[in-house]
Design a protein around this ligand. Sequence first.
Ligand code: UT7
Length: 324
Amino acid sequence: MSEVKIIGTGSYMPKGITTNDDLSKWVDTSDEWISSRTGIKERRLSIGENTSELASKAAIKALENANMKAEDIELIIVATITGDSFTPSTACIVQENIGAFNAVAFDISAACSGFIFGLNTSYQFIKGGQMKNALVIGAEVLSKIVDFKDRNTCVLFGDGAGAAILKASKEQGILYNYIGSDGINGKESLNCPAVQISNPYTKIEKKEESFITMNGKEVFRFAVKIIPKSIEKILEDTNNSLDDIKYIIPHQANLRIVEFAAKKLKVDIEKFYVNLDKYGNTSSASIPIALDEMNRKGLLKKGDKIILVGFGGGLTWGSTLIQW
Ligand code: UT7
């Protein structure tokens, strides 16, 4: 059995920079409140580009970074909760956009943990020998499902896409994956309804908007518990300690969540890579965007061990241990 390595990364951010001051023109909020409660300073909002366009642009950059041709890609997975359409999948649209004619393409839905779920899924295909490589993308246009009249949510989210290319290799790369979900206790804390049933048997009383609603405090409590748990689990299962880990790339939701997690783990906050000040919470895209940023800055050196850790709606969570 071969090992599985990440051989390229890419990301694409829409050009629409929206500052906290911009938001304070739309809802009753302030830069002071948003900065101090979340660490977010600005985010990108799509100016007409849909999720597949962001995903395709991130994919092209990842292909360039990996020095690979689109036609050689065997598997495309897009993790998203804001796909262009119910069908075709966003992954199928990306397949056409980039010309990955030989790939199998499908989406997965695990909210902000989606990229970790996508990595794990493609890892299994490659490890099992069915595929030799995969393009995994986290892409969101969350501004489609954000209510810009709801200050509890609209200040948090942003749009963007990140991608990684995985390849069968003799060298070690992805060392371990851990994923989990709890659809029993957590499904009400982070929600966005889809289209309601309306057919000859079922009449809609009141049309619901497809907007994100969230119990912020509940999600916060969940996050500060599950990040340390997911990191400790992966360290325990692989006989590693935090000293062996160069960087932790958390899902970028709130700086205070990262600070709490670092304190609980008794680890220097500097070990956590944070860029949420620039992009806010981009759900499934946040981890691959941060990974690509680190890769392009030259922060990741061969042999470095890094942990990716995600959590989100579902509830879902997961972590991946990588040797770069
Ligand atoms: O990807 C996972 C998705 N979500 C998350 O990770 C979110 C996790 N939760 C959080 O990050 C935090 O709970 C929030 C940032 C969402 C909220 O922070 P908080 O410290 O839990 O604030 P809060 O909800 O308790 O609200 C405190 C006050 C309230 O006013 P009162 O009732 O004390 O008068 C809110 O109405 O702040 C008010 N508030 C705002 N004020 C100005 C809520 N949102 C805003 C706002 N601007 N945008």
